[in-house]
Design a protein around this ligand. Structure first.
Ligand code: NAD
Length: 297
């Protein structure tokens, strides 16, 4: 048996198109485009790449992009003042502070300052709480993207055994909450889990968000399971000096057993920005009181 490859790149492109397709109606109703503000502190090269691609995707979707760049030496107060200004700016529907922040800045304090109704990254504790109790809010982009791929593949997830590996606030915990809300029986596994392979073997759905190259092996996978690989790990390539990206799952081994699997790259990765645009569109509609059928996107 050989698993179907879940094409996250294609799904993300479709989602971005659907989002862009809904922008003109919002513009017509409100006289403005949805706006996303991205704040970058310092010169971290990876962060600069992310911010650039978020800006490009925002503009391509017909939305307004506001970029705020602060030097690495910016004080915590300066950053908090920037966030407060964006909270008060009516053109801004979504605020994203690019992480990681320089060590002298308290990340938690910064996230806590973002208006939860503009927190399109879903990192604010208010949004974590809303997700935990099933209220409307904002869900972190990567796990919401994983859920979209799962529902696209499997339809109704009710009653399925789901194992999430990794309990970070950004991926693992919200992923488990989302699967629970879909009526899965959820196990949240982590570094202290006993017999991880045995736990994973029960799963109809495996989501790996660990950050350990190819940790999940083929013989951990139940035949026919759906495997979502969130991991992005850079490892030495075949040629000296070259690197390549691998996930948290040994893809070739797992694909021999699974029913479907996301590749790395081209699986979960492209979903994150697409969902960010989706969350921004939703935030714009909610803030303006304009109805939006979220099942349309
Ligand atoms: P993290 O380091 O915050 O959390 C990793 C989790 O894995 C921890 O909860 C830990 O308990 C668990 N873990 C560590 N070792 C383990 C082991 N041996 N067995 C079982 N569990 C173990 O990482 P994160 O931010 O959740 O990211 C996880 C991976 O997903 C990384 O590779 C990251 O690059 C990737 N990621 C991708 C996207 C994307 O595709 N857009 C977004 C976010 C994260």
């Amino acid at each position: 048996m050989s698993a179907d490859i879940i094409d996250g790149k294609a799904y993300a492109a479709g989602l971005r198109e659907r989002v862009a397709g809904l922008v003109p109606a919002f513009r017509a109703a409100t006289g403005r485009a949805p706006g996303l503000a991205v704040v970058l502190v310092g010169e971290d090269p990876a962060s600069q790449v992310y911010v650039r691609s978020k800006h490009k995707a925002t503009v391509e979707a017909g939305m307004e992009s506001f970029e705020h760049r602060l030097p690495a030496t910016a004080s915590q107060d300066e950053l908090l003042a920037t966030v407060e200004r964006l909270n008060a700016d009516d053109r801004v529907d979504g605020i994203l502070v690019q992480l990681p922040l320089p060590p002298h800045i308290d990340e938690k304090r910064v996230i806590a300052t973002i208006d939860p109704d503009k927190d399109v990254d879903g990192f604010h504790v208010v949004n974590a709480g809303r997700l935990a109790v099933g209220e409307e809010g904002y869900v972190p982009c990567t796990p919401l993207g994983c859920l979209m791929l799962l529902k696209d593949r499997l339809g109704d997830l009710s009653g399925l055994e789901a194992v999430v590996i990794g309990r970070s606030n950004i991926v693992g915990k919200p992923m488990a909450a989302l699967l629970l809300a879909e009526n899965c029986t959820v196990t949240l596994a982590h570094s202290r889990t006993r017999d991880l392979a045995g736990v994973v073997r029960r799963a109809d759905i495996v989501v790996a968000a660990v950050g350990r190259p190819e940790m999940v092996r083929g013989d951990w996978i139940r035949p026919g399971a759906t495997v979502i690989d969130v991991g992005i790990n850079r490892v030495p390539g075949a040629e000296p000096g070259k690197t390549r990206l691998v996930g948290d799952v040994a893809t070739a081994e797992a694909a021999a057993v699974a029913g479907a699997i996301t590749p790395v790259p081209g699986g979960v990765g492209p979903m994150t920005i697409a969902v960010l645009l989706r969350n921004t569109l939703v935030a714009a509609h909610r803030r303006a009181g304009v109805p939006l059928a979220t099942d349309a996107i």
